[in-house]
Design a binder for this molecule. Structure first.
Ligand SMILES: NC(=O)c1ccc[n+]([C@@H]2O[C@H](COP(=O)([O-])OP(=O)(O)OC[C@H]3O[C@@H](n4cnc5c(N)ncnc54)[C@H](O)[C@@H]3O)[C@@H](O)[C@H]2O)c1
Length: 430
């Protein structure tokens, strides 16, 4: 079969990650069209992928309005643009790989779901963790019945202090009306809970949380307004943008987005950029604002309790300011339990063993966690999407849009519960 032809819509960090699949597997995927209102990004991607000007567009909507010239679209626009850009692509007949979160509200999600249901398009959501070997192996064990029926699930996402600072305090996900933290950060985890329980819908949700740490009242003495220009304690501060993005080179694709000295490089082709240039760029960007005085209003902690239709209870904790980023899980079933930490690269299955004279027996399952981001999930997701488009058997991990509705429904209900202090009944599908 010839390589599938892709158009890339929204030429940012995520789209570049997925497009890397075409570089590694040119016999399966080729990039033939591009769309982005940012002219610099458009021309950089056009050079990189040898896309002619007539196949470059100023928006996904414009591209969709042209006669169809590819098989699939990879949509990596920002959260608030997913619905508006995907509907015309679906109507134009493209199969779409769509970034999460699908939509900022239940009403917008329904609008897109209705269009997709009335089309023959395949729309697969980038729930990359389903493809990470850690979670894929757990799902296989659940399907095999290794712990019986799940009675309780506890998952945690520990967001590191530096990830919190760059993305959710200083960065583009720091305003709750546009990007509520739970939806933006943990729709993966809520999706995993529903995937583990697939066939049994969530029914009730409660939630507690708030923003109590990254606030002006917590600024230490000597703190300025900007890490690069006016702070007396910058060298001792764990949240220093200079430490994070210049001394340590963490999160360049956020802190230096738009910087002509940094953008234009990719993982294979990193350019050196002097420290002074980086500092100059940071100083005039949002990414050097003091973490105690940015315009963030998203929560810095949130816990969610979910009841499923069969009485299973799940809790998920979004914990920010962790020293070490990871995800943890503990699933207890009628015949055993699974306990694991994603970044450790292993999980343990324990089963009761009183009849053998032991309290329990255990099996340690080692999984690969190195490689591309998200525990190895990113490029496996693209491979699976292409297989689905080619009409091959979907994998256990495949996330058609309709399979993603329950996880998103929990996120919307949790924020409603947090706002009202009540338990919310959710209307979700099994
Ligand atoms: N799957 C994951 O685990 C994961 C991880 C990180 C981010 N994300 C999600 O990926 C998405 C992209 O994030 P990013 O950091 O790569 O974004 P980005 O800001 O780097 O890129 C988005 C691009 O979309 C372009 N754009 C805006 N409107 C457009 C339109 N109408 N048509 C075409 N292009 C348009 C912007 O100009 C920009 O270049 C977000 O929704 C984010 O939440 C997912």
């Amino acid at each position: 079969m010839p390589a599938l032809r892709a158009v890339l819509v929204g030429l940012g960090h995520r789209t570049a990650c997925y497009a890397a699949y075409a570089r590694q597997n040119p016999d399966e995927l080729t990039v033939v069209g591009l769309a982005d209102p940012d002219k610099h990004r458009l021309s950089r991607f056009a050079d990189k992928w040898h896309v002619p000007p007539e196949a470059c567009f100023a928006s996904g909507e414009e591209l969709a309005a042209a006669p169809k010239f590819a098989d699939v679209a990879i949509n990596g626009t920002m959260d608030g643009e997913h619905v508006a850009t995907t509907i015309p692509l679906v109507e134009a007949g493209y199969d779409v790989l769509l970034e999460k979160p699908i939509a900022p509200s239940a009403a917008e999600l329904k609008r897109l779901a209705t269009v997709v249901e009335n089309s023959s398009a395949k729309v697969v959501i980038c729930h990359v963790l389903r493809y990470a070997p850690f979670y894929a192996a757990i799902k296989e064990r659940l399907v095999a019945g290794d712990i019986g029926d799940i009675m309780h699930m506890h998952t945690t996402e520990n967001v590191s202090y530096h990830h919190m600072a760059v993305a959710f305090v200083r960065g583009k996900w720091n305003r709750r009306e546009v990007n509520p933290m739970l939806l933006a950060k943990c729709c993966h985890d809520l999706d995993l809970l529903c995937w583990f329980k697939s066939g049994t819908p969530p029914t009730k949700v409660a939630s507690f949380g708030g923003r109590h740490f990254f606030t002006p009242e917590n600024a230490p003495e000597g703190a300025g307004t900007n890490c690069v220009t006016d702070c007396d304690i910058e060298r001792e501060c764990q949240y220093s943008a200079r430490r994070h993005h210049v001394d340590n080179d963490w999160w360049p694709f956020y802190a230096f987005a738009g910087d002509p000295g940094w953008e234009g490089r990719d993982d294979e082709d990193a350019q050196e950029q002097g420290d002074q240039e980086k500092l100059d760029w940071l100083a005039q960007s949002a990414y050097s604002r003091c973490v105690w005085g940015a315009d963030n209003d998203v929560v810095d902690r949130q816990s969610v309790i979910v009841e499923f239709a069969d009485g299973c209870v799940a809790t998920h904790d979004m914990v920010s300011n962790a020293a070490r980023a990871t995800r943890r899980l503990h699933l207890v079933g009628s015949a055993g339990e699974i306990d694991g930490d994603l970044e450790d690269g292993r999980f343990i299955i324990r089963v009761p063993a009183a009849t053998e004279g032991e309290e329990w027996t255990e099996e340690v399952v080692e999984v690969e966690v190195k490689g591309d981001m998200h525990g190895g999930g990113d490029l496996r997701l693209v491979a699976d999407f292409l297989a689905v488009v080619r009409g091959e058997q979907p994998s256990l991990s495949t996330t058609h849009l309709v399979d993603s509705l329950n996880g998103h429904a929990i996120a919307y209900a949790a924020d409603a519960a947090l706002g009202s202090g009540t338990v919310i009944d959710i209307d979700a599908r099994g």
